[in-house]
Write a protein of this length. Structure first.
Length: 282
């Protein structure tokens, strides 16, 4: 596995591969890698002949400086994990100066989708994501890029971005990888205390209960209110809990086909997100 830190070194490899007719796949990450990230790498098997994992903790997508400061970091462990797993040709790990050299002045904005759900309580977050993902797709020359459904709104925004900007990249969605107790794997889970980690499993459990109630015919307003009350009683601060159309992310009042339940909630000082399709529990 090559470990590359500059655009110039990455470009040299990419040009060599592209002229040899290879297909480049990329998995953009912010590091502190776990099995969810490895699922994205594995999903590219057979779809790309070269796989690049990027690690960059992108300062411009953090609306909260404390969240940026405390974001889990550990490139050495990430390198060891990727090397042990195999199948990754390049780890691209640029620093802030390389990604945003002096004079950098551009922002990419996907309007509409960026103002709801996580965009509501993380102002500017998705502009930062769309900007860095545009750069990473350009820098890696990838023809295919894998993104997790755990960050479902991000996935929708990136699909819109590549379509609107005519980027020749296929976006590959990958189902959420969960712990045995149902908690979605997430780098931020490392910041939960042992007691909070146990409590955190209530988040997916409450979503499942809510989906079952919706499918049993309970009006959505009361099913969502009950779910929020359960989470609050367990110590979560609920930022949003919403039934939405998974294509457009528009609010829905009934669990119709294509509906998805979305939640963001903070436990201690760790903000967790999750989502589940209505059909999965049908
Ligand atoms: N449990 C998971 N299952 C599937 N994909 C995941 C999972 N966790 C993260 N991903 C995907 O990995 C990619 C990189 O995500 P990122 O590095 O932010 O990790 P994360 O675990 O989502 O961290 P965070 O704590 O910031 O939410 C994204 O496409 C994200 O959706
Ligand atoms: C896509 C991404 C790598 C952009 O920084 C980040 O938002 C993430 O890890 O999901
Ligand atoms: N996984 C999404 C990146 C973020 O929370 O900033």
């Amino acid at each position: 596995m090559h470990i590359v830190q500059t655009r110039k070194d990455l470009r040299a490899l990419v040009e060599q591969w592209r002229s040899a007719g290879e297909t480049i796949g990329v998995v953009p990450t912010m590091g502190a890698l776990h099995d969810g990230h490895l699922a994205l790498v594995n999903a590219l098997e057979g779809k790309a002949t070269r796989r690049i994992v990027t690690i960059f903790v992108n300062p411009i997508q953090f609306n909260n400086p404390e969240d940026f400061k405390l974001y889990p970091r550990g490139v050495e462990a990430d390198v060891a994990l990727l090397a042990a797993t195999g199948g990754v040709d390049v780890l691209y790990n640029p620093n802030e100066h390389e990604m945003y050299p002096p004079g950098f002045a551009t922002r990419v904005m996907v309007s509409g989708l960026d103002s709801m759900l996580c965009g509501g309580d993380r102002p500017g977050h998705f502009d930062g994501v769309a900007t860095v993902v545009s750069k990473l797709l350009n820098q890696t020359g990838a023809q295919i890029a894998a993104f997790g459904e755990k960050d479902y709104q991000q996935l929708c925004i990136i699909r819109r971005l590549v379509s609107d900007m005519d980027m020749p990249v296929d976006i590959l969605p990958v189902a959420t990888v969960r712990e045995a107790d149902g908690l979605a794997l997430s780098s931020r889970n490392r910041r939960l205390s042992p007691a909070e980690r146990q409590q955190a499993a209530l988040l997916p459990a409450a979503l499942k209960t809510c989906l079952a109630a919706l499918l049993a015919g309970q009006p959505s307003a009361s099913a969502l209110a009950e779910c929020a009350t359960t989470l609050q009683a367990a110590g979560f601060t609920v930022h949003y809990l919403d039934l939405r159309a998974q294509q457009t992310l528009q609010p829905l009042s009934h669990p119709e086909p294509g509906a998805r339940l979305f939640v963001a909630a903070t436990l201690g000082d760790v903000r967790l997100i999750d989502n589940m399709p209505v059909s999965a529990t049908a």
